[in-house]
Design a protein around this ligand. Structure first.
Ligand code: SF4
Length: 408
């Protein structure tokens, strides 16, 4: 199949913008035939307008650019430096990288970021999973395999960026999420029925109630145009995929978006617009923002997701905390089943402790939870984080369900 992310050979037509130079490419976003110079100008100007219209930055702010060494963040660092100079934004820009500890991938891409530091004259800060959490992704994958590794990585990265940003004392973090990424996320959140994320995934600024807000100057910038810009400008970026990158589910959404784009390029912007126009019913219960009792990071639960995942890793129960929050996750259930006992998990934790860790303080009196854990007998669970639970066995094998009713 033809790779349509590569710029096409220059045609004989004149640029539809300046009508003087020969068109060098067809803009993926508009399908206009355009010369390189006009492409650079329109690409940068559109980003400048997005920054102005959405008031992404204020003069004097310190901004960290989330830098992975990939095309998006490299182009973002380059374009933001240019626009900052050209339009006197008055920003102090920094590069902020997260070292997940992935040998053969992140170590190489960080070398690119280090070169970008010199090329663009932007100070670089690197924070690592090993320093922050005591684990590298190599070690995590060794323990959990290639399933759910991106869940750990994504949760840890989010916090790592915030912690790095706090060390740099910046006012905001700018990330290279592009229009394709956002359209994909809209679709994924619809498919997953994740109302909370759906309501905020199209926001150009997020986390204003958190420690450090984030913004996406590339919200309306097409991935193909970023690739073309980087290619024509000969920017130094790293293009290898992560060696642990299965993420099949997102891959389906990505493929679907690419198919739509081939038929109708505007489809990407339309999906983003649809996401923006969703209105969540006021009766929908949304998670309440608090702080993690353990690390102080923002969390809607007693412990933030990173602390739950870390606890699982440190206790040899890495699958604890994975999955939807409607019940014990299936992998943790497997841990329990494999153990061959009904009340003890493979780690020796009593089942009620497992459930208590999962509930993690989200329970209130009167709540009812269903846990599909295939128990073989009725038992009572009590004394979990100062609450008393009554359980009943519902139904029969092969699908047995424990009903947990919070009674006090
Ligand atoms: Fe982390 Fe997964 Fe991305 Fe690799 S593909 S960097 S493991 S989130």
């Amino acid at each position: 199949m033809e790779d349509d992310t590569k710029p096409k050979k220059p045609g004989t037509r004149l640029c539809c913008a300046c009508n003087q130079r020969r068109a060098a490419l067809k803009r993926p976003k508009t399908l206009e035939q355009i010369c390189r110079e006009c492409f650079y100008a329109v690409f940068e100007e559109e980003i400048h307008q997005v920054i102005l219209e959405n008031k992404l930055f204020k003069p004097g702010e310190r901004i960290a650019i989330g830098a992975s060494g990939g095309k998006d963040s490299t182009v973002l660092a380059y374009v933001l430096s240019e626009l900052n100079r050209r339009h006197n934004y008055g920003l102090d820009l920094f590069l902020l990288s997260v070292d997940e500890g992935i040998t053969g991938y992140r170590d190489d891409s960080l070398e690119t970021v280090k070169r970008n530091e010199l090329q663009y004259g932007l100070p670089l800060k690197i924070v690592s999973y090993k320093d922050l959490y005591g684990w590298t992704m190599d070690e995590i994958v060794k323990m959990i395999g290639l399933k759910n590794n991106c869940t750990f990585c994504g949760v840890f990265r989010r916090q790592a960026l915030d912690r790095g940003a706090a060390l740099l004392k910046v006012d905001k973090v700018a990330t290279g999420h592009n229009a394709d990424d956002i359209a994909e996320t809209v679709l994924l959140n619809i498919l997953r029925g994740d109302i909370a994320r759906l309501s905020r995934c199209t926001s150009i600024i997020t986390g204003e109630d958190g420690p450090i807000p984030r913004c996406k100057p590339f919200k309306y910038t097409y991935e193909k145009e970023i690739v073309m810009y980087a290619y024509f400008k000969k920017l130094d970026y790293f293009s290898t995929e992560c060696i642990y990158s299965p993420n099949a589910y997102r891959g389906f959404a990505r493929e679907f978006i690419k198919d739509l784009e081939r038929i109708r390029p505007r489809a990407i912007l339309d999906i983003i617009k649809s996401g923006e126009d969703f209105r969540i019913a006021t009766s929908t219960k949304m998670p309440e923002q608090g702080t993690c009792e353990r690390c102080g990071y923002i969390s809607s639960q007693k412990w933030c997701k990173a602390c739950v995942l870390l606890e699982g890793l440190n206790r040899g129960l890495p699958k604890l905390g994975i999955g939807r929050n409607q019940g014990l996750n299936s992998d943790a259930k497997e841990d329990i089943k494999k153990d061959g006992r009904t009340k003890r998990s493979s780690s020796g934790l009593a089942l009620h402790q497992e459930i208590g860790m999962w509930l993690n303080g989200r329970e209130t009196k009167g709540d009812v939870f269903l846990f599909d854990i295939h128990p073989t007998k009725v038992f009572q669970i009590e004394g979990i984080t100062q609450i008393v639970l009554n359980t009943w066995l519902m139904g029969h094998p092969p699908k047995s369900i424990v009903l947990v009713h919070i009674v006090s």
